[in-house]
Design a protein around this ligand. Structure first.
Ligand SMILES: NC(=O)c1ccc[n+]([C@@H]2O[C@H](COP(=O)([O-])OP(=O)(O)OC[C@H]3O[C@@H](n4cnc5c(N)ncnc54)[C@H](O)[C@@H]3O)[C@@H](O)[C@H]2O)c1
Length: 333
């Protein structure tokens, strides 16, 4: 499907992962239509910067619009593949009054997109789901067949969106695939995500705040690996499948900090805060299905990826706004 140049749509194009995906698709010779509402979850200038390279490409068009009320029929017209990455991210802010936004951006937006795909010739819808749908899994590495039991409202909305995609697949034949990304990192990582916060604290000579004892484990996935799996899912015969994309190993947050200390040569000052509801103790992906069905393998190690993110962070930090929205300071993994 993506073996020859074609027209594709990327929702959430101005985001961390979406902007990398656009660049990869453009480099592969595709015509890319990006949609993004430039939501204020974090500073808009960061999203402009994320998209700078893609926008310089003549095969790229940007639709600045909210999926909920955009003229999606026109936008998806003639597209072969839709990559649906738009969404409201962040686990901790999904409690309380912000929940409406999660429903709007993760559930209603997905439903509108699916409606627009009814009766089109779309050949694949690739949906960016999340490890958060598993909740506190009983088995590690966690297989896709594990019963999803989210422990945060964010995870619940991602699971609902997955189900919606498959509801439209069964009822209207929309060829959907859901990818469950495990914590993605690398250049342009969202400012609320742990590695970005750690790096900011390091250069500010502030204490690094760790939720819990730091012995929680995470599966970290480098952004180019997540993007590569996403592109492969568009062409592979995986309609109706849910597939984990994880970096290949689990590490503790303490170990990440040791590595960061080593890379940056700055002593990390750690302050432990209480874990908050919705935080997962451990995440770990079984990636056998991705290996078998997508022919995918994560290539970038934690150390290598963290080094690249640190280099990017040092270059970008003076030009990027730190926090301009009320939600910007709410940390999430
Ligand atoms: N980053 C991770 O570690 C991770 C892990 C698991 C899943 N995911 C999923 O991957 C996707 C991308 O994550 P990210 O980290 O790049 O997040 P991000 O916040 O950087 O990007 C999401 C983009 O979607 C846009 N958006 C939100 N609601 C929209 C709407 N209604 N209409 C149009 N655009 C809208 C935002 O403006 C933003 O630019 C999300 O769906 C997220 O749930 C991310």
């Amino acid at each position: 499907m993506l073996s020859e140049p074609t027209r594709v749509v990327v929702t959430g194009a101005a985001g961390f992962i979406g902007s990398h995906l656009c660049e990869r698709l453009l480099a592969d010779g595709h015509e890319v239509v990006g949609i993004d509402s430039f939501s204020d979850y974090y500073a808009r200038e960061r999203k402009d910067e994320n998209l700078r390279r893609a926008r310089a490409h003549q095969a790229f068009t940007l639709e600045m619009a909210d999926l909920v009320d955009a003229d999606l029929r026109r936008i998806v017209d003639g597209a072969t593949v839709v990559f649906h990455l738009a969404g409201q991210t962040g686990v901790r802010p999904s409690w309380g009054g912000h929940f409406d936004r999660y429903v709007h951006d993760n559930i209603v937006a997905t439903q509108r997109l699916l409606e627009s795909l009814r009766g089109t010739d779309i050949q694949k819808l690739v949906f960016a789901s999340s490890e958060s749908v598993y909740g506190d899994a009983e088995m590690f590495p966690t297989k896709e067949s594990a019963l999803p039991r989210p422990v945060s409202p964010y995870g619940m909305t991602k699971l609902a969106a997955e189900h919606l995609a498959f509801v439209y697949m069964r009822s209207f034949g929309i060829p959907a695939t859901a990818l469950r990304y495990f914590t993605v990192f690398g250049p342009r990582q969202r400012p609320d995500m742990a590695f970005c916060r750690f790096m900011q604290a390091l250069v500010d000579n502030q204490e690094i705040e760790i939720f819990g004892d730091g012995e929680q484990t995470r599966e970290f996935t480098y952004v180019s690996d997540a993007v590569d799996g996403t592109v492969k899912a568009a062409s592979a015969d995986v309609v109706g499948q849910i597939i984990n994309l994880g970096g290949g190993s689990r590490v503790t947050v303490n170990r990440v900090l040791d590595t960061l200390e080593d890379i940056s040569r700055i002593k990390v000052r750690r302050r432990h805060l209480a874990a908050t509801p919705g935080d997962l103790r451990h995440t770990g992906a079984s990636i056998n299905l991705a290996r078998e069905r997508l022919g995918w393998e994560p290539r970038v190690s934690l150390r290598e990826g963290l080094t690249r993110q640190w280099e990017w962070f040092q270059e970008a930090r003076d030009s990027l706004p730190r926090a301009t929205s009320s939600t910007d300071q709410r940390p999430g993994l």
